[in-house]
Design a protein around this ligand. Structure first.
Ligand code: URA
Length: 241
């Protein structure tokens, strides 16, 4: 791993802003391998040096991964002049990490949204080539049935001629079903169900691959992905590991 400036390393980890870190380092709040380091420009190898801030060891992770329970009513974007975005829900430290959403959920949709600063990972999760399944719970107008499930499994052709990859639909009784897709076309699930005469009234993403939403987070809640969570995503057959 190439060496990097101490203040940049700590800023990348979301400890504080670069300006604040320069101050902290000069004040003596940071140690490298147990020795106080007062020069923000000091070069360190993040994988070999033990860096601590106020006595607390910081661990270098090349990238950051979070799950957010996106509430309905916020837009999946990093910034917006008028509307509240998913990045407005997280901490200033997280915003400094340069996180962005992995794929998108419509403004009126809720549920599992991943936030990361790892572009390659995001691409692989989203790409239909990876075959990572996204599972949605939907409330619809109408009663989804086995004919809908068969049409989804065959691969729907939408009204505008768009071809969808084969998808899963599990009827859950009157006005409810589960939908599993491996691609993320614009308003995909809504358009698929509308094409079957079952317009979506409510949409919530429950899972991405084997990773399920942590329902204890509640609307707008978020947490860093654990090693176990990451294994579930990175070990998906299509993720190339
Ligand atoms: N499909 C939709 O129609 N909307 C979403 O937000 C996600 C999938």
């Amino acid at each position: 791993m190439p060496q990097m400036r101490l203040d940049k390393l700590l800023a990348d980890l979301g400890v504080a802003s670069r300006r604040e870190l320069k101050e902290m380092i000069r004040r003596g709040a940071v140690t490298v391998d147990g020795v106080q380091e007062r020069q923000p420009e000091r070069k360190v190898d993040p994988e070999r040096c033990a860096v601590a801030v106020n006595g607390v060891r910081v661990h270098y992770a090349a990238h950051h991964y979070y799950m957010l329970d996106k509430p309905a009513g916020v837009v999946t974007a990093t910034e917006d002049r008028e509307q509240k975005t998913v990045l407005d829900l997280v901490t200033p430290e997280m915003r400094r990490m340069g996180l962005f959403p992995v794929g998108r959920l419509d403004k009126d949709a809720s549920g599992l949204l991943l936030l990361t600063d790892d572009g390659e990972f995001a691409h692989r999760v989203i790409s239909p080539k990876s075959c990572v399944q996204k599972l949605y719970y939907t409330k619809v107008d109408g009663t989804p049935d086995e004919a809908d499930a068969a049409a989804f499994a065959d691969g729907l052709v939408l009204a505008d001629g768009t071809r969808c990859l084969p998808a899963g639909l599990t009827p859950l009784g009157e006005g409810e079903c589960l939908v599993a897709v491996t691609e993320g076309k614009y308003h995909q699930v809504k358009r698929m169900l509308a094409s079957r005469g079952k317009p979506v009234l409510e949409l919530r993403r429950l899972a991405i691959g084997a990773l399920r939403i942590d329902e204890s987070l509640g609307p707008g809640g978020f947490r860093e992905l654990t090693q176990e969570d990451l294994c579930k995503l990175f070990c998906e057959p299509g993720m190339g590991n």
